[in-house]
Design a protein around this ligand. Structure first.
Ligand code: B1M
Length: 779
């Protein structure tokens, strides 16, 4: 719709939905042209019909959606078999803790849209072009809870097989299937050629209908006009290929005019849909990482306050950084999933569990096991969880089954059942199997698939109930053999009350693994237990050619070693890499005892961010973590800024030279520019800071307004060097006595010449030197 509207006169910056009001006949004609081309679905012109984007128009969300659906209805009067899809695009807002929008606020935004869509009479809701699965989840919940309409959901992927926010194909599928959408897939961002491998993977992983709407290839600019590089015939051939792979719903996104759709309809009309037969696997995920329980999965137990005094104290003082540190530590120690339990009698578990889940998922990639006996806490945490969680736990009591299973079903979670009921924990393995059967049947009945069910046969302490330990082990085997579901055990409970617990723990673990234990809940910092798993995987042939074992035990330098070198503390580089604000600030305080602020910036903060950039490029971390790292670097810098401002105030205040600093248009990186600003202020310059993403006109206006002679421009991305050049060209055109200094990670001397800057500054101090020379010369 967007690209077609551009060809029909939509101007840059204009709200496309306004065409429903001002040019309804054009929209109707567009719909009709696609119906004539053979489309079964037309999507309404409502991609951005949300309260944020309509804010500056005279129309409410409901009015706009009613109008748009009305046009679509009129267009399809002669096409009784066609359907209307309410088109909903991403809002572009970021959710907390990365952004500042709450999950509930976004939910309300989508709620308004879907209610209006159903009222207006559309047939299906189509969420499309989402890159953040978290935002999409808010939309899907809004649709499920407020309408009866079927839901289609598609995301936009980069060529590396991840969305802009880092969501992987597996995470998308696990989350969306769990949430019960009716079709899922991919749209926009790339052409069919680039999407081929992504589509192949989706079709081979998903169990529900797959839909694909590629662009008409990649965009190219020719004679000032944008068009796409694939012809309608080529597009149609790819369509046929996708249909043969097992895609059920085909369509087009940017650049696919009715001709593309007509050709594709022609190509696929004789091919019959063969539903791919995809084996069922047990999996949970975070937004960026899926964990399948095909091999031993370690569930880290350290975020459970039971018996952990330090964590208890941290929770009482609401020290989330402690929680994050524990989470990160377990990730580094090799946990695959983290249990999160915030159950303490004297804290507000409901809000604490929600907060902990939100914070932890903001800094680590591992999926979470949400652990509580409080139904409300579980519900709230599952709601804001970004992915598909494992719920710990339900048990065989009728009250528990009734309260917990619907939560798992609604949020598409896996569920862990404890083999206890109204009678307590049964003694024999056979009785525990009976309870397990009761749980499995109740879960199946409510619609939770078998692969999403786990059973915990409950470990007793060997010191108190020695004779029952082997019943637990036997129960694990029976559950595996007779019910075929996954098994979990909180292994270390076995050694309470005995000396040298690790010895008992690792032996119990090995015995349980031999009975078919899939996922021990344990301390990943327990070396003996981790070694037992590594050895078990070698001996059972799961670690082919002992590859992982060899990698793991061939003396690589560990984080612990590095931390030890830093006197047991986390280094500032590590704190920035992990996105921990408090640690970064604390480390700055310590470093300030022996180093200058500038030294800390240049020797620690800048290299740490460089490292973060490399990790991001290598896809070891994703956008949310990049943002977290940037925030911790900023917090360290703010601390340093205080020092430097104090220094600046001590400077003799003679007349100051005014300079402008700005990050160029399209670029939102401003950490470097802010550093340059503070250092310049230290050297008696008065900085007019125009901020980031600054349009050329704003720079020109400011030069005029303040009668500026020195302008500093920052750019960090290859793509924004062009805006830098544009800004400098405009400066040259309007003023002949203004000198421009440029800087930023992407720039080099050569690029500075290319953009026709007067000077290139590699860092803040060089900027000061250049600017000081300029002032001297001007004098
Ligand atoms: Co982004 N980012 N980022 N990022 N980010 C880079 C720049 C990138 C190199 C990472 C990577 O992939 N390796 C890459 C650009 C690739 C390229 O084009 N070559 C990149 C990308 C791709 C992106 C996004 C597109 C990611 C996404 O959304 N998928 C997105 C861009 C959004 C946009 O701008 N439209 C994005 C977003 C972000 C965050 C918001 C998460 C965050 C920025 C937060 C903020 O600034 N408020 C962020 C960060 C932190 C980085 C890295 C990791 C660090 C940048 C930084 O602050 N460095 C960065 C990787 C890297 O640079 N190695 C990366 C420290 C800073 C002190 O250095 O700015 O160079 P620097 O400043 C120095 C000097 O260069 C000089 O002095 C400073 C002090 O010595 N200097 C000047 C700077 N400006 C000057 C101006 C002067 C003079 C000297 O005028 C007089």
């Amino acid at each position: 719709m967007g690209t077609v509207l551009q060809n029909r006169g939509l101007k840059l910056g204009e709200v496309p939905e306004m065409f429903n009001i001002t040019h309804s006949e054009v929209i109707e004609e567009i719909h009709r042209s696609y119906l004539l081309a053979g489309s079964n679905f037309i999507s309404t012109n409502t991609f951005g019909a949300n309260r944020y984007k309509l804010e500056h128009t005279d129309y409410t969300v409901e009015e706009m959606i009613m109008k748009a659906v009305g046009i679509a209805k009129k267009a399809k009067e002669d096409f009784p078999n066609a359907y209307i899809a309410l088109d909903i695009g991403s809002t572009g807002k970021m959710l907390e803790p990365v952004g500042d929008i709450t999950f509930d606020e976004l939910y309300d935004v989508f709620k308004e849209q879907v209610i209006a869509g159903e009222k207006a009479g559309c047939d299906v809701i189509l969420f499309e072009t989402f890159t953040d699965i978290y935002e999409l989840k808010a939309g899907i919940l809004a649709a499920k809870e407020n309408t009866k309409l079927p839901i289609f959901a598609t995301m936009s992927f980069e060529e590396n097989g991840r969305t802009f926010f880092g969501t992987s194909i597996e995470s998308m599928i696990l989350t969306l299937e769990g949430l019960g959408v009716d079709a899922l897939g991919v749209n926009c961002s790339l052409g069919p050629k680039q999407l081929k491998s992504i589509v192949e993977k989706i079709v081979q992983t998903a169990h529900i209908p797959v839909m694909v709407q590629p662009n008409a290839g990649l965009p190219i600019m020719e004679e000032g006009k944008m068009h796409y590089d694939i012809t309608s015939n080529e597009f149609a051939e790819y369509g046929l290929e996708f249909a043969k792979m097992g895609v059920l719903i085909l369509g087009g996104c940017c650049g696919t005019t009715p001709d593309y759709i007509a050709k594709m309809v022609e190509q696929v009309k004789t091919s019959t849909y063969i539903k791919p037969n995809i084996p069922k696997r047990t999996g949970i995920c975070s937004a960026s990482q899926a964990v399948y329980f095909d091999d031993t999965v370690v569930i880290g137990e350290r975020l459970n306050p039971t018996g952990k005094k330090m964590l208890q104290a941290a929770l009482r003082r609401e020290d989330m950084d402690y929680v994050l540190r524990e989470a990160i530590k377990q990730q580094e120690q090799g946990a695959h999933v983290l249990d999160v339990n915030m159950g303490l009698p004297d804290i507000d578990e409901v809000s604490m569990l929600k907060r902990a889940v939100m914070e932890v998922q903001g800094v680590i990639n591992l999926p979470l096991q949400i652990d509580s006996s409080n139904t409300e806490a579980l519900e709230k945490a599952c709601r804001i969880y970004n992915g598909k969680p494992l719920i710990n736990s339900v048990n065989g009591k009728a009250s528990s089954l009734e309260a917990i299973l619907p939560i798992a079903k609604k949020y598409g979670a896996c569920i862990l059942g404890l083999t206890l009921d109204e009678r307590g924990i049964p003694e024999t393995a056979e009785e525990r199997l009976e309870v397990a059967k009761k749980i499995v049947n109740a879960a199946l009945e409510i619609g939770i698939a078998k692969e999403n069910i786990f059973i915990d046969c409950l470990v007793v302490t060997a010191s108190a109930q020695q004779e029952l330990v082997k019943e637990t082990l036997k129960a694990v085997r029976l559950v595996k053999e007779e019910l075929g579901v996954k098994t979990v055990l909180g292994v270390s409970n076995v050694s309470f009350g005995l000396p040298n617990r690790p010895i008992i723990n690792k032996t119990m673990l090995t015995a349980a693994l031999m009975q078919g234990l899939d996922a021990p809940i344990m301390n990943p910092g327990d070396t003996g237990m981790m070694e037992a798993i590594a050895a078990f995987r070698v001996l059972m042939g799961k670690d082919v050619n002992s590859k992982n074992y060899i990698e793991k035990y061939s003396n690589v330098e560990t984080t612990e070693v590095k931390t030890a070198q830093n006197g047991g503390r986390m280094s500032i580089e590590e704190a920035i890499r992990k996105g921990l604000k408090e640690e970064a600030r604390e480390e700055v305080n310590i470093l300030l005892e022996s180093k200058s602020a500038l030294e800390i910036i240049e020797k620690h903060i800048v290299p740490a961010l460089d490292e973060v950039g490399k990790l991001y490029e290598a896809q070891k971390i994703f956008l949310p973590q990049l943002i977290k790292s940037a925030e911790s670097a900023k917090s360290a810098f703010e601390r340093l800024q205080k020092e430097m401002v104090a220094d600046a105030n001590n400077n003799e205040k003679t007349s100051k030279t005014k300079v402008i600093l700005a990050t160029v248009y399209g670029d939102i990186h401003d950490i470097g520019k802010n550093i340059v600003k503070v250092i310049m202020e230290n050297y008696n310059f008065e900085v007019v800071d125009l901020g980031k993403d600054v349009p050329t006109e704003k720079v020109i206006e400011a030069i005029e307004k303040w009668d500026i002679k020195i302008v500093g421009l920052s750019a960090l991305m290859t793509t924004t060097v062009a805006s830098m050049k544009e800004t400098i060209e405009a400066i040259r055109k309007n003023f002949n006595d203004v000198k421009v200094i440029v800087g930023g990670a992407v720039l080099t001397e050569e690029l500075a010449q290319y953009v026709e800057a007067d000077f290139y500054a590699n860092d803040a101090m060089e900027t000061v030197r250049i600017a000081t020379d300029l002032v001297e010369n001007q004098k």
